[in-house]
Design a protein around this ligand. Sequence first.
Ligand code: FAD
Length: 237
Amino acid sequence: MNQMSVTHPVLTTTPADVLVVGAGPVGLVLAAALAHYGVRADVVDRRTAPRDSSRANNLWARPQELLAAVGLRDLLARGAHEVVRAEFVIEGRPVDTVRFTDAASPYPAVLYGSQAGIERRVREVLADQGRPVQGGTRLESLEQDDDGVDVVLRGDDGTVARRRYRYVVGADGADSAVRTAVGLDVRPDGHIAFRAGHDDAARLTAYWRRIVGPAPAPGERGSGLREVEPEPGLAHT
Ligand SMILES: Cc1cc2nc3c(=O)[nH]c(=O)nc-3n(C[C@H](O)[C@H](O)[C@H](O)COP(=O)(O)OP(=O)(O)OC[C@H]3O[C@@H](n4cnc5c(N)ncnc54)[C@H](O)[C@@H]3O)c2cc1C
């Protein structure tokens, strides 16, 4: 297929074997993992800037093991808090403690960081490898055949590029253009209810004890994070 002549700076590089659509945590880590195994990937995202707010915050043992396998775990541990236990509080009254240090893993402590921080660090890894995320670039459509995938990418400045990749990965979140294009779109047919903070008889609130301080008084609704001092002998990254 002919590559159109384009002026958009992020669409003028030579295409890699793989196109990753979406620079959320899934797309970024996947691209870094592919690079770890010697596979080049282009990553595009319609957003022009990295996310500066966080949704997901905790990395548990198993994800840390997977990240370690592709050389990312220690990088992401930098700047994160190691949480070694969680204290459960009902109506301000501590009721139970769960210790994570018993987990059969080289990384039993939960890493409390931020999704924005994870995304920023992995973006830096990709940029250092010479394949920065191509922001302001949206996948418009794709068509696959037995040998590869033809995609149409549109830059924020209106330029359009038609490119061919061996593989395209849909890491483009809940409203995935990739899933829609290949007929894999999944729509829930009901609601997943999440109820918190109502006046239920058994209100249970889990507190990450992140900031050292007094537990909420009985009857106090409270929320938030409290810090647990690291267990002796555990490295605090
Ligand atoms: C309000 C909220 C709270 C959450 N809280 C938690 C939590 O506490 N713990 C937890 O584990 N998880 C939480 N999550 C879920 C977590 O944020 C997601 O699981 C995670 O972001 C999914 O990552 P992803 O890479 O699959 O997709 P996303 O982070 O959604 O990234 C998809 C990317 O694809 C890009 N994109 C979309 N369409 C296109 C296109 N056509 N072309 C180019 N780019 C495109 C988007 O701009 C986006 O950057 C929360 C989510 C929300 C919305």
